[in-house]
Design a binder for this molecule. Structure first.
Ligand SMILES: Cc1cc2nc3c(=O)[nH]c(=O)nc-3n(C[C@H](O)[C@H](O)[C@H](O)COP(=O)(O)OP(=O)(O)OC[C@H]3O[C@@H](n4cnc5c(N)ncnc54)[C@H](O)[C@@H]3O)c2cc1C
Length: 374
């Protein structure tokens, strides 16, 4: 994949070479090694090495053995599973065991993986991706930037012992803090809030879950199932507080010592986790003038409003739907990869389903929950 180091101009790129040399700048050794036989294949650039980005890589490689593939990820780890981050918090597993595709896998498929590299924007005519002082030329680009934890506007959310869980580094930070904590409040009674709470209970912490809705897991369950979950959790030693809003963190010496709630109560703890949903990462798209609503708007080919640029996974909005689940990201990544190679495909959506293991009871949810709770 072509790499230009400033002050090279991407317009000087020649389609026959992975990078044109100007002023002494040439292609990286890894780029050279990763060029497929023939060396002048189609250039694909994937932003994000999560399940959507990696599924797209696999689909592209299946269809286009000679393609040049470059993956940029801002994280320091190759592709890993977020689903087991709570196990890392619990101390049941180490980071290396979460890695699903390591650097060797990318090498074997002839894919250049750039860790610690954040894409900022995409520019058209010719298509290129800006990352710091570098510009990468590509013929097709996939935005697979996922999502971030949503932070509700609660004063004090930036205090040192208030965390969210989305990345490996978040899990490591929570684990380190949990080693010296005894009491935790989790803001958000969804699936993830439960999983983090369960991990912390297994470490011996007292855990209170605070949920704004009148029932737990409001996005996955109806009222009956939520009642069963509540009693399972209470049996496991959780305290559950429903129908209250967090108002602010009460601080002392740069750390939160309690959370004040809308009913006038405050709950003291030495560790706080906010698990209040996710917000799609649309920053690259907006910086590039690509159409977004809540997510990056894509059509049935996962194509965005900018020619040659596709999007897949948690960052996207397809027919008004943001899925926020692994399976949908995997499917969208695969569809996008195929579409990028020129396959005529139509993504028609993914059935939402969730499986949660609750203290020996398996909860499987599928479909949509009506606002009434039915
Ligand atoms: C703790 C936890 C548990 C979960 N459990 C489940 C579960 O049980 N079942 C389920 O279906 N789903 C679950 N999910 C959700 C699931 O993990 C996501 O739906 C899935 O990871 C989305 O994949 P993605 O590839 O779209 O995005 P991500 O996995 O978020 O990957 C996107 C990557 O892009 C990187 N990136 C973002 N912007 C840039 C940029 N500008 N430049 C370079 N890199 C960038 C990000 O750092 C990230 O590494 C869970 C999530 C978490 C956090």
């Amino acid at each position: 994949m072509g790499q230009v180091v400033a002050p090279c101009h991407v317009q000087r790129f020649c389609r026959r070479h992975a990078a044109c040399v100007r002023g002494g700048h040439g292609m990286s050794d890894r780029s050279a090694a990763n060029r497929r036989p023939g060396g002048d294949g189609m250039k694909y650039l994937i932003i994000g090495a999560g399940v959507a980005g990696v599924s797209a890589c696999q689909a592209i490689r299946e269809k286009d053995a000679g393609a040049e593939l470059l993956v940029l990820t801002e994280e320091q780890f190759p592709f890993y599973t977020r689903l087991r981050l709570p196990d890392l918090v619990a101390g049941r597993i180490e980071p290396a065991k979460l890695v699903l595709k390591d650097a060797g896998w990318f090498d074997r498929l002839g894919i250049e993986l750039r860790l610690n590299t954040r894409a900022e924007a995409i520019r058209p005519d010719p298509l290129r991706v800006i990352a710091g002082s570098e510009e990468f030329a590509a013929e097709k680009v996939l935005i697979a930037t996922g999502a971030d934890s949503f932070l509700p506007p609660v004063e004090g959310s930036d205090l040192g012992n208030v965390f969210t869980l989305r990345r490996m580094n978040d899990a490591l930070a929570i684990r380190a803090r949990a080693a010296e904590a005894s009491r935790c409040v989790i803001v958000g009674g969804g699936v993830l809030g439960f999983e983090i709470g369960e991990a912390l209970r297994s470490r011996g912490l007292e855990v209170t879950v605070v949920e704004i809705a009148e029932r737990l897991l409001p996005r996955q369950t109806d009222a009956g199932a939520a009642g069963v979950i509540r009693s399972l959790m209470e049996r496991r030693g959780f305290e559950v507080v429903l129908g209250v809003k967090p108002v602010r963190f009460i601080q002392s010496g740069g750390e939160a010592e309690a959370i004040a709630l809308s009913d006038g109560r405050s709950i003291a703890a030495d560790l706080f986790i906010i698990s209040a949903g996710v917000k799609p990462r649309v920053d690259v798209a907006t910086a590039s003038g690509i159409k977004t609503r809540r997510g990056i708007v894509v059509d049935d080919s996962l194509q965005t409003s900018l020619g040659g640029v596709f999007a897949a996974g948690d960052c996207t909005e397809h027919k008004g739907i943001l899925y926020g689940i692994w399976r949908a990201s995997e499917e969208q990544g695969r569809f996008a990869g195929l579409a990028m190679t020129g396959e005529r495909i139509a993504y028609s959506g993914t059935v939402r389903s969730y499986r949660l293991n609750l203290l020996g009871t398996t909860l499987l949810t599928a479909g949509m929950i009506e606002p009434s709770g039915n």
